[in-house]
Design a protein around this ligand. Sequence first.
Ligand code: GLN
Length: 290
Amino acid sequence: MTEQVWTIKDVIQWSGNFLKTNGSESPRLDAELLLAHVLDCRRLDLYLDHHKPLLANEKKAYRELIKRRAAGEPVAYILGSKDFFGFSFQVSSETLIPRPDTELLVEKVLEHCSGDSALMGLDIGTGTGCIAISIKKHRPLAEVWAWDKSLGALAIARSNAARHGIEVRFEEVDALDPCSWQVAEDKFDFIVSNPPYIAPSERAELAVSVIKYEPEMALFAPENGLAFYQMMARHAASLLKQGGKIFLEIGYRQAHDVCSILDAHGWNDISAYCDLAGHQRVIVASRCSQ
Ligand code: GLN
């Protein structure tokens, strides 16, 4: 019996519909990204070659990936990478998947740092290293340090830095341990962080693909999701130079709380910036003067 011929166009059509009824919010995109991965081509090539039939082994490999996606596994974990700020980052089950919202945080840091000065910056909770590495890519003169508590995440971050041919000083540091903050005084021009900020009580609101696949350590924070902000508000000023700034990503309902915490610890010029969905997503503040 001859096997039915499936062209690229056919399989995208079929798997797009299949993923749509199996919980994907971007079924066609997912189908295309996974197929391009199996065929080792660009997404654009799928359109250029849409009448090309798939080989039996390609069909088999693709079917396996579609099954994983339909079970809820994020495309980034299946592919092992995710694009962020125009660069591709390796991801693993030990790192959060970089989110487009976080690009606003990087933009705000770059606006603050001119390209011709050798600034020093610190990224707290670096995960894949996407923030630290994107900043260093655009500001090669800056010296960028990055902390994470997870050794698994640091291994991925180091590999991402090597992949992009840049140097970032990665360190294993638990930012929730007050002793971690005694490392250096008046050292940095900026501190940036997209810390874990989901309250354990919000667990039920998260999508299955997040809760089942992304690392708990990168998602949840004690104190109703605010523990990292409290810690940074208390200790980060001593690490910053005069005029230094802190850049924080926050949960979409946390602007009021985070601004109050920073204010209570004497931070100045506190401002909030909205993401594309209109949620206050990034808070910037200056070191108190004493
Ligand atoms: N800073 C990393 C990112 O934005 C990791 C964030 C986290 O683990 N909470 O992707």
